[in-house]
Design a protein around this ligand. Sequence first.
Ligand code: HEM
Length: 536
Amino acid sequence: GERNDKETNKKLDDLEKEKKDGTGEFLTTSTGVKVNDTQNQLTAGDRGPTLMEDFIFREKMQHFDHERIPERVVHPRGSGAHGYFQVYESMKEYTKAGFLQDPSKKTPVFVRFSTVVGFRGSTDLARDVRGFATKFYTEEGNYDLVGNNMPVFFIQDAMKFPDLVHAIKPEPDSQTPQASAAHDTFWDFASLMPESMHMLMWVTSDRAIPRSLRMMEGFGVHTFRFINEEGKATFVKFHWKPLLGAHGVLWDEAQKIGGKNPDFHRMDLWNAIEDGNYPEWELGVQLVPEEDEHKFDFDLLDPTKIIPEELVPVKRIGKMTLNRNPDNFFAETEQVAFHPGHVVPGIDFTNDPLLQGRLFSYLDTQLIRLGGPNFNEIPINRPIAPMHNNQRDGFMRQQINKGTHYHPNSIGGGCPFQAKMSEGGFVHHAEKVEGNKIRTRSKSFLDFFSQATLFYNSQTDVEKKHIIDAFGFELGKVKRIEIRERMVGLLTQVDQGLARGVAKKLGMDPVPQPEKPMNKGVPADAGPEEFEPIHV
Ligand code: HEM
C-alpha cells in the first residue's frame, strides 16, 4: 500500500542509508575497535584510580557529555511525523510549483508540531499557539510552509519579536511560569501593544488548547505569492484543514490532562500513526488577484489580519497524510530546520514586515542551534532534489567536493552552472518598489480592533464564556493592578460585554477605560503616532 509506494518513500529511502542497527554486531568504539568491557574503567589495581590511557572510557563519557544541543529559542517542544502530499488538480493557472501540478504525484513531507513558549520538556496542554511546520521534499528543492494553528500573529513587525518573546517566556528572575503566559511580563507587553488584540482573542479561545495535534487547523499567516509560468502573480494565504475537524478541550480538562500526562498530544499523534489511523489535512488556499490588493479594508501585508472566508473562500487544493513515525527523535524531529525562506519556483514572498524579518531569523538561529553552516547536510534536512553548489568547508562538512569551487569558471571540473528560468532557475518576482527609507508603518495597518471584534462575534455563547474565563484566569495571575486595568481598558474596544465579564472576574467596578481614546477604524487624519504602542 501507501507505505511501500516509491514516490511517497523517496525521503524515507534517502534516510534509510544513514540508519544504524547494532543487532547481532560487536560493540565497538567510534573508530571501529571492538570493545571488550563497557562496564568497568581501566584502573591501577582493582581498588585504584582510573588511568589516563583509558581511551574507551574517555570516548564513551565524552560523547555522552556532548549529547545536548541548544533547544529552539521558540517552539522548543515538538513532535514530528513523515507523510506525503498530493494535489487534487493542477494549480498551473496560478503557480508553476512542480509539486502542485500533477494529481498523480506524491511529494514526501516531514511535519513538526510544537508549542511556542514552554521548554523542550514542558506540557503539551499549555494555553499557547501551536507551530505547524511542513517540509515538502519536492523535486525542485525543499519548500517549507512554517505555519501556526492560528491565522494571525501578535505583532506586525519582526523588529518587535525579541521583545514579544522576552515578555512571553517565564519571568527572568523566578523563571516561572514555565509554559504559559499567565504572568506580569507578558500582559504588560500585551497591554501596551494594541496590535496584538486580534491574536489575543485566538489565544484566549478554545483554539489555544487543542484536543489533539490531529485536530488542529494550520495557517501560513502571511500573504504569499503564487507565480505561474507567464510570471503572473496571485496573492495566496495558506490553510491546513484537518479532516477530523478542529477540536479543543476545556481549561479544566487541559490542566488535568497536562498534570497527569504532559506528553498527551505527542503520544496521541504517535499512537494514531502506529495504529494506522493516519491523520490527514487538506491544503486550502485563498487566492487574491494582484489587481485586488487594495480592495480590502485592511492591508494584505498585515499579519494581524485574516481575509474573512466570506470575502474570499478557501479552495481546497490537495491533501496531506502523515503515515510514519520517526525512527529517532533527535536525528529527525530535533534536527529538522524549517525556514520560511525555503521556497521553490512558483512560490514567492510579499512585503509583510513580519515575514521579511523571519526570512533573516531562521537561518541565523539554525547556524548556532545546529552548530554551523552545514546543517542542510543533516539527513532530515537534505533535499531529494539534486544539490550542487560552490559552498565549501565549515565545521562538520560531510561532502567531499571534487574540482574547483567558484563562478565564473573556465577550468570546470566540479563547478556547477547557473540555471536559466526555463531550466527551473529561481527568479524573484519582479515587484516594483519605491519609497523613502523610513521606519513608519503604513496607516493601512492601524486598525487594531475590528477583526478582534469580528472574531469575538463569531464565537458561540459558550465559546465567548471560555474567552472571558481565560482572560479572567490569566489576568488573575498578574500581580500589578495597573496592568490588569490597562488590559481590560483595551478589551472595551473589542466588546463591552467581554470587558465587563473580565472586569467582574477580576473584581473591578467600574470597568476600566482605555488610557487614551481609541478608534476601531482609522480616522482620516490619524498619524501613526496616535496608534503607537502606549508609552508609560
Ligand atoms: C520557530 C523566529 C514568527 C512559526 C522559530 C524559530 C525562530 C523563529 C528563531 C526557531 C527556529 C529553529 O531553531 O529552527 C520567528 C520570528 C518571527 C516568527 C523572528 C516574527 C518576526 C512566526 C510566525 C509563525 C512562526 C508568524 C507562523 C506563521 C514558527 C514555527 C516554528 C518557529 C512553526 C517551529 C519550527 C519547527 O518546528 O522547527 N521562529 N518566528 N513563527 N516559528 Fe517562528
